[in-house]
Design a protein around this ligand. Structure first.
Ligand SMILES: [Zn+2]
Length: 187
């Protein structure tokens, strides 16, 4: 990335060229690489970082720490959320963490708590968990016959599991929540 534009605020004569170098951070005894960005003036040669570059570097460091902590990176959280086809606001309603939580996680402005990380991974591994959390948040808005039919193979699949009673009560709750009528009327 080589962006030559802004005048140098230090000497006032030159212009800044952005550069990036591989830096390392050692955290909890583990060393991880990250990209450090800064600008160099073509006249006074002073290396400097403006507010935007400092923010980028802070995010890179937090991302590296997440990797060392074994947490999902911002990019991974964004991919997961997009795969669920929900907005950042919806994700915060479903998983908690505050209204801007997912924007902060995805931009690597903050590390998500270990408990949040585990909940997201659990919801990825078990779609029923995600469906239940979404339902509890009031975001589930299935309507019409297309969605009812879409549940049919799922009911069969769950029936074939080893704990049919438990699974069926889960399915029944979903149906009653979605359609506000007895399960029988859906058949
Ligand atoms: Zn300068």
């Amino acid at each position: 990335m080589m962006i030559k534009n802004k005048p140098c605020p230090i000497c006032g004569a030159g212009h800044l060229t952005r550069q990036s170098i591989a830096e390392t951070i050692t955290y909890k005894g583990i060393t991880e690489d990250y990209l450090h960005v800064f600008s160099v003036c073509d006249v006074c040669r002073v290396e400097q970082a403006d507010a935007e570059e400092m923010k980028l570097n802070k995010r890179s460091v937090i991302k590296a720490k997440k990797m060392i902590d074994g947490l999902l990176t911002g990019e991974e959280v964004r991919d997961i959320r997009k795969n669920w086809c929900i907005s950042q606001d919806d994700a915060a309603r479903i998983f908690g963490g505050g209204p801007k939580a997912f924007s902060k996680y995805e931009n690597d402005d903050v590390s998500q708590a270990e408990s949040m990380d585990k909940l997201i991974r659990l919801a990825v591994d078990f779609p029923e968990v995600f469906a239940r959390l979404k339902e509890q948040s009031g975001l589930t808005k299935y309507k019409g016959k297309v969605e009812i039919l879409a549940f049919s193979p799922r009911v069969e699949a769950i029936n074939s599991l080893s704990a049919p009673a438990l699974s069926m009560s889960f399915v029944r709750r979903k149906f009653s929540a979605h359609f506000k009528s007895p399960v029988e009327s859906a058949h």
